[in-house]
Design a binder for this molecule. Structure first.
Ligand code: CA
Length: 227
């Protein structure tokens, strides 16, 4: 039987050992490396389902590794963060990660996140192939959205938010509705998380077509997509 392979990039052996143990117990096949370059190399040679990525590494930092990976792959990434300032960067700069866990964490909490992210990214989405409206085209098999014929480079959450809004063009979503529909643990997210993602989606849309801004703000309530 093929086990699901998970790559752990974490330089503290005590932490990676714990994670490995917990993942093994849950039936995964974890592989640990202790530096960024090593992780990037390994990714080229083996098929992993998910990456657990520490931010503070001896060579490259986790953000740079994530950027590098995102050039070629949508593989789910869970960041391990050590400080609040790192959480701010993960959330605020939209690094393209799928989730994050703050140290110290329990291995059980992390494996729960791993499972949640895998469930989410393994096509639990209702399949709407090539759903089109005038400007957007969703390819749900590839998890890609085209905007005026150009591919949008979206993170996991950005893709989910935009897909939901495209399928419900004109509907006004409150931040809470978006959070509940899209995040696995909405209670652990912050209000500004939604705003941050909307902001990054807008920037990406604007890069393709300037001054269109199809996402409307409903002050004090939420957002809708122009129908
Ligand atoms: Ca570290």
């Amino acid at each position: 039987m093929n086990k699901t392979k998970i790559l752990i990039i974490e330089d503290e052996p005590s932490i990676s050992d714990n994670i490995e143990y917990a993942l093994n117990t849950e039936g995964f096949e974890p592989v640990s490396v202790h530096a960024g370059q090593e992780g990037l190399q390994l990714l080229k040679s083996a098929n992993f389902a998910l990456i657990i990525l520490d931010i503070g590494l001896p060579d490259l930092n986790g953000f740079d590794i994530c950027k590098e990976i995102r050039k070629t792959s949508n593989i789910p990434i869970i960041f391990l963060t050590a400080r609040d300032s790192e959480v701010d960067r993960v959330v605020g700069l939209e690094m393209g990660g799928d989730d994050y866990v703050t140290k110290p964490f329990s291995p059980r909490e992390l494996t729960a996140r791993v499972k949640a992210v895998l469930r989410r990214t393994n096509g639990k989405q209702p399949t709407v192939n090539n759903l089109t409206n005038a400007k957007f085209k969703i390819d749900s098999d590839k998890r890609k959205i085209n905007y005026y014929g150009e591919a949008l480079p979206l993170s996991h959450y950005e893709y989910e938010i935009l897909t939901l809004m495209i399928k419900n063009s004109g509907k006004v979503f409150s931040r809470e509705e978006l959070m509940k529909a899209i995040w696995d643990t909405p209670e652990m997210s912050m209000d500004r998380t939604v705003d941050t993602h909307i902001k990054t989606i807008r920037a990406k849309l604007n890069k393709i077509k300037q001054n269109k801004n199809p996402i409307l703000t409903h002050r004090g309530f939420g957002y809708s997509l122009e129908s």
